[in-house]
Ligand binder design. Structure first.
Ligand code: URA
Length: 219
């Protein structure tokens, strides 16, 4: 039997309901985080352990946006705590940015994967999943009101700008973002560094990543 694809309005149902409820009482980040726990707006919640919402100070000046939680984040319920998170933490430290001072989140809040034996292999979220989950990212941005937003990789850049963005062409540049004088910088995703096979390439690209973060720290 063919499975019927959900209509767009059905996919958006949860955020629309949430938006109505929000007008009255959902105005804090904690409340939005709480609502996101039950998000069913796209099918990714079905296989994921939990929603992985952003974390960090609610008045952070700086927000980092990744792609989606990985295997470790899905289990822990926190962003960037697995292998990519460790690269991220090392680069932050080298650039002089305190992780406790920043808000860290993802464009997509559920882990998308395919099972290969006992392993859960990361699958890239598609444009529809990114678009649907953008509702939550927008709430985070609105409520925190950062001065600077950093897109870690193509998915984050797409979600933040609303269009596909070539990373290598736009990386390391501070560009205007949002209506309140904010700025955005696009750089690579830390897992890109993990995928490089040669030690020499990894060291060079890590340094370039740190250079991008130094621009952020200086701004
Ligand atoms: N990759 C991401 O994009 N986000 C995480 O939280 C972990 C890995």
């Amino acid at each position: 039997m063919m499975t019927r694809m959900p209509r767009r309005d059905e996919l958006f149902r949860m955020p629309a309901d949430a938006a109505q409820a929000e007008s009255a009482e959902t105005t804090s980040l904690a409340q939005v985080r709480d609502k996101a726990r039950n998000c069913r707006a796209c099918p990714l919640w079905k296989n994921a352990t939990q929603t992985v919402f952003g974390e960090g100070p609610k008045n952070a000046k700086l927000i980092f946006v990744g792609e989606q939680p990985g295997d470790a984040e899905d289990v822990a319920g926190r962003p960037f705590v697995g292998p990519a998170g460790r690269v991220f933490d090392r680069a932050l430290a080298e650039a002089g940015i305190e992780r406790n001072d920043i808000y860290v989140t993802n464009a997509v809040k559920h882990f998308k994967f395919e099972e290969r034996g006992k392993r859960r292999l990361h699958k890239r979220p598609d444009s529809r999943e990114i678009e649907i989950c953008r509702w939550w990212l927008t709430r985070e941005l609105d409520l925190i009101g950062p001065h600077l937003v950093v897109a870690l990789g193509a998915t984050a850049a797409r979600s933040l700008s609303g269009r596909p963005m070539p990373i290598q062409r736009s990386r390391g540049e501070l560009v205007p973002f949002g209506a309140n004088g904010g700025r955005m910088l696009v750089t690579v995703h830390p897992s890109y560094l993990l995928r490089l096979r040669e030690e020499e390439d990894r060291a060079r690209e890590f340094e370039r990543f740190v250079e991008d973060l130094r621009i952020v720290a200086a701004a």
